[in-house]
Design a protein around this ligand. Structure first.
Ligand code: 6GU
Length: 262
């Protein structure tokens, strides 16, 4: 998975992604990251990238020119990279993908709200370009020309698209094979079937008088699985009843839930 980020704050992206699990995945070459500083594509002598809003109103707007040129640069970079792969005897799929336009994700509170199924969809791409806005947004014309997907990470307003891009890259990266250590595939985790995770415990067996639930010490795997599923159902019912409607529960699980709700 190759991430490309068009931003005014490349250091923020680099430092964030180079940490922890995504950092190790970058080292291993399972992920690549290229940040492109939109300011480098300003043709203004003061390297300005923003201007006043036509029609008035508070706040500055990012001008279309620098964003357009930064995107052109990154597309050419991606195509050159694919051609290099072609010359080193890469498979037919790489060659065929050269002329395919890379998805451009614009981070904006006006976008579709990000979720796990979007993460899965994006994880199927080889390359992804993220466009981070700042100030009051980006001139609409360049967005119409280059953006394929508008994505928000929730109903609150942030100062820019960098943190949302990092949130998306983290969620997508952990779905790339090999990024997580555990052999159980990330795709089959409990959030996937619309239930929240069950509570987890490690040593000591008793912490400040609070004991680990008995069943987890029993060594009885079927009982442990059943307990965990029930805990997931209870948690989801308590804090995310909206998710529960989409969860596929067995007859026994539905009965357990009904007994709890009564
Ligand atoms: Cl993608 N951008 C900004 N600026 N604020 C947000 C957001 C994105 N998603 C939620 N809030």
């Amino acid at each position: 998975m190759n991430f490309y980020v068009l931003t005014l704050f490349p250091d923020m992206i680099e430092q964030g992604l180079n940490t922890s699990i995504t950092g190790r995945a970058l080292e291993k070459g399972l992920l690549t990251l290229k940040t492109v500083d939109i300011r480098d594509f300003s043709e203004d002598k003061h390297k300005r990238v923003d201007d006043y809003s036509y029609g008035g109103g508070a706040g500055m707007i990012m001008a279309p020119g620098p964003v357009y040129r930064a995107h052109q640069y990154v597309e050419q970079y991606i195509n050159a990279r694919k051609r290099a792969a072609e010359n080193t005897g890469a498979g037919i799929e790489e060659v065929q993908s050269i002329n395919k336009k890379t998805r451009v994700i614009y981070l904006t509170p006006q976008g579709n709200v990000f979720n796990q199924s979007m993460a899965l969809k994006f994880a199927g791409e080889e390359d992804l370009i993220f466009l981070c806005g700042h100030y009051e947004g980006i001139d609409e014309r360049v967005l119409e020309m280059i953006v394929t997907d508008c994505v928000s990470i929730g109903d609150y307003v942030l100062t820019g698209g960098e943190l949302p891009a990092m949130v998306m890259m983290d969620a997508i990266a952990r779905l790339v094979p090999g990024v997580l250590n555990n052999d159980a595939s990330a795709e089959f985790e409990s959030f996937q079937d619309n239930l929240l995770e069950y509570p987890q415990y490690t040593r000591p067996e008793v912490f400040m008088g609070k004991a680990v639930p008995e069943v987890l010490l029993s060594g009885h795997h079927a009982k442990i699985e059943e307990w965990r599923k029930e805990q997931s159902i209870l948690r989801t019912a308590k804090t995310r009843p909206d998710l529960l409607e989409k969860a596929e529960l067995t007859k026994e699980e539905l009965k357990f839930l009904r007994d709890y709700l009564e």
